[in-house]
Design a binder for this molecule. Structure first.
Ligand SMILES: Nc1nc2c(ncn2[C@@H]2O[C@H](COP(=O)(O)OP(=O)(O)OP(=O)(O)O)[C@@H](O)[C@H]2O)c(=O)[nH]1
Ligand SMILES: [Mg+2]
Length: 293
């Protein structure tokens, strides 16, 4: 029997949803950083097994939005619940169930599909704390399965995968074998540039960044030529992103280039400009233009 289905990965920001999605896929498709609100769109990651196909939906962390971009992010994540066959609710060890987790769990009260509790980051927590968290959550909600994992180390992820397959319905192959995502190549490039910005910049600067591809084409040698804009919200941020004598922008560009070359397995010429777009995170038209729609 061939099994297939959509599995959404939901949780607060920074709990490791994208890390898990990447680990399951065996490919770095989603960007990851130690800052909350890294992922901004739902990203489908397609995993093919011998007798199954799972489409994982990596979602933005559910949080209290403070601008229209945040509203879009939270809505994308919450909407994913409607069309899936299984929900993975991710959290991390803590002494109590926080308000953020309660808010998410309450959205699951009426769903018809199984909900797994996946407790991530067990590698950096004590057994005692892990046990306490598992107990608290199992009393709070009727989960189909409870699985403690480390997405970073891959601990117990195989077990989690087996359980998911067990719960999935019989179904067709939704996508051909040779694709890992339905995301556009342009989107993947903008995300890689955004990841480098998130990792290299601090405080509020990286959160106000959006990336737009101005040009992306293959030249006669079949290598990519890419030009992109980094938008930020303030003149002072622009200075920080460019850095003294352009050092920061050079770093962002060279790290991004390296990853883009790895992802597409080809040489890349990358040029990036930095521009200011005031309060774009609250401007619906700009959000639309940047693909947050
Ligand atoms: N120690 C440890 N760290 C982890 C684990 N999984 C993820 N992390 C780290 O946690 C941070 C957040 O990981 P992400 O995968 O970006 O988290 P996310 O839930 O996708 O975050 P948003 O996209 O912002 O909602 C990164 O620094 C990861 O390296 C884990 O199992 N153990
Ligand atoms: Mg993420």
């Amino acid at each position: 029997m061939f099994k297939s289905g959509f599995v959404t990965i939901l949780g607060r920001p920074n709990v490791g949803k994208s890390t898990l999605s990447n680990y399951l896929l065996g490919e770095k498709l989603s960007i990851v950083s130690n800052k909350p609100q890294t992922t901004r769109n739902n990203i489908n990651a397609i995993l093919n097994g011998e007798d199954y196909q799972i489409i994982f939906v990596d979602t933005p962390g559910i949080h209290k939005p403070r601008h229209k971009l945040g509203e879009y992010m939270v809505k994308s994540a919450s909407d994913s619940i409607k069309d899936v066959d299984l929900i993975l609710f991710l959290s991390t060890p803590d002494d109590i169930i926080g308000k953020g987790d309660e808010f998410i769990l309450n959205q699951f009260r009426d769903v018809k599909v199984p909900v797994f509790f996946v407790l991530n980051k067990i590698d950096e927590n004590t057994q005692e704390r892990i046990a306490k968290t598992l107990k608290n959550f199992s009393e709070y909600f009727n989960f189909a399965e409870i699985v403690p994992i480390s997405a970073m180390k891959g601990k117990n992820v195989e077990t989690l995968l087996d359980l998911m397959v067990k719960y999935l319905p019989e179904g067709p192959k939704y996508y051909p074998d040779d694709i890992i995502t339905d995301q556009q190549e342009r989107f993947i490039v903008t995300e890689i540039i955004r990841e480098k910005s998130l990792r290299l910049l601090n405080e509020e600067v990286p959160h106000g960044i959006a990336v737009e591809i101005v040009l992306m084409k293959k030249n006669e040698k079949d290598n990519y030529e890419i030009e992109a804009n980094i938008f930020c919200e303030k003149d002072s941020h622009k200075g920080i992103i460019i850095g003294k004598s352009g050092t920061m922008l050079k770093k962002i560009t060279s790290y991004a280039k390296e990853d883009i070359e790895k992802f597409f397995d080809t040489k890349v010429k990358l040029k990036i400009w930095v521009k200011v777009k005031k309060e774009w995170r609250d401007n619906l038209i700009t959000l639309n233009d940047l693909g947050y729609k």
